[in-house]
Design a protein around this ligand. Sequence first.
Ligand code: FES
Length: 106
Amino acid sequence: MSDSKFLRLCCISDIPDSGILRVTVPGYDPLAVCQVDGAFFAIADTCSHGMASLSEGDIEDGQIFCPFHGGGFEIATGNPTERPCTIPIATYPVKRVEDALFIASK
Ligand code: FES
């Protein structure tokens, strides 16, 4: 894909069985690319409660749970679902082209 308005995040096959892949791309803080029931999402990788990497956490029922204190967020919206997290995390639309995922360049 040669569209300079989008940055390549990863191949779908790069996403591990856990459903979460940590990705860095220019212009963004680290991202967690998540697969939930065949849909793909890019969210901030850093928990809003501390400096934990959410990509080291777990996905369950459309939520991602932080590996530090177990706080949770709804992956589709970034809204907190489980304490101690109370501040939403950023979410970004992703675009799928064949077997790869892209995010808008900043
Ligand atoms: S750092 Fe994520 S819940 Fe505390």
